[in-house]
Design a protein around this ligand. Structure first.
Ligand code: AFP
Length: 321
């Protein structure tokens, strides 16, 4: 089985990107070991602090964030980084080529219940003369690399450098990521959807109607039955979509009028949108293609509807009526 570094070399990925990917893989191997250690490694439970989004930080969130920050700061190609767990952009190397955004531990509410968590990375090109947060204000379409690592029964990495989406699995015998699928394809059709149903009463009319039509199944306008899954970690739900298709959404809601969207654009929606698009799927807010959004803040949130292209198109049709 082909190891990650050989695959990247053989497929002509830019040498600098190869080096950066090696650093990201390295981070995830260490985080994977900590996740596997669980209570024995003393990494479960909460800290006393809150992150910039006002969420209580789990110990492992903080440990994973610090680990990635240190490794990226030691990688000369990184000009600056932005993390879910950092209020502000962190400057690294003035002559670095890349801006790295990341969610160190997506799905952190799953940590203490021994369920799926992962790490998500998005990489933008650095631009001469533009520093700080302003440098990150590029549409997701500009990403030169997006990937996630999912710490499940196996640790896997989904990766794109803009030339399709590839899947690797971490071999625990030598800690190398090995290629398992060189051309991931999201099936165009699906009968599976993922949404947090407990928010139903807070959704807007188009999503209310779309989900209602799925729930009536065979007897309704869709003429077939649908199954539902919800992992509460985007990384797990998107992995299922990449593996067997499906529609995943965290739509606009009115639960908290000050927070109509849940998912973060820079380190959740954008990298997942690129991975899904590169695998033949679609990613939208309902009204706009995610990768075309012009960001205005590193911690900006957006509505997300992504997955199998025919099913996402069905859902978007409700939004344009
Ligand atoms: P955390 O990383 O803060 O746990 O958030 C995970 C997440 O942003 C995303 O990965 C999930 O899809 C979503 O939140 C789950 O949200 P609910 O708690 O509303 O199910």
């Amino acid at each position: 089985m082909q190891i990650l570094s050989d695959y990247l070399k053989q497929t002509g990925v830019d040498a600098n990107l190869q080096s950066l990917i090696a650093t990201l893989a390295d981070c995830s191997v260490e985080i994977s070991q900590l996740v596997r250690g669980g209570a024995l490694a003393g990494v479960l439970g909460a800290t006393e602090s809150e992150n910039v989004q006002g969420e209580t930080q789990k110990k492992l969130d903080v440990i994973a964030n610090d680990l990635i920050k240190d490794k990226l700061a030691a990688q000369p190609l990184v000009k600056a980084l932005a993390s879910e767990e950092e209020d502000h952009v962190v400057a690294c190397h003035a002559d670095g080529h890349y801006l790295v955004s990341f969610d160190p531990l997506d799905g952190s509410s799953n940590i203490d219940i021994n369920s799926l968590v992962g790490t998500i990375f998005s990489v933008l090109p650095a631009q001469a003369g533009i520093d700080g947060e302003q440098a990150f204000m590029q549409a997701g379409r500009n990403q030169v690399l997006a990937c996630y690592m999912l710490y499940g029964p196996a640790t896997v990495m989904a990766l794109t450098t803009g030339n399709g989406t590839q899947m690797f699995s971490l071999d625990p015998t030598d800690n190398q990521f090995k290629l398992v699928d060189g051309a991931v394809q999201v099936p165009a059709d699906t009968s599976e959807f993922a949404i947090n149903m407990s928010n139903q009463r807070f959704w807007q009319a188009p999503m209310q109607q779309y989900i209602a039509d799925l729930l009536v199944g065979k007897e309704g306008p869709r003429g077939k039955n649908f199954n539902m899954r919800w992992i509460a970690a985007m990384v797990g739900d998107v992995h299922r979509v990449l593996s067997r298709g499906g529609l995943f959404t965290y739509p606009t809601d009115t639960k908290d009028p000050n927070k109509p969207f849940k998912l973060r654009l820079m380190y959740e929606a954008n990298p997942m949108a690129l991975l899904v698009e590169q695998a033949g799927g679609i990613a939208s807010t309902g009204y706009e293609t995610i990768l075309d959004i012009q960001p205005n803040h590193i911690h900006q949130r957006v509505a997300v509807i992504l997955g199998s292209r025919h099913e996402v198109a069905e859902c978007l049709a409700y939004h344009s009526r």
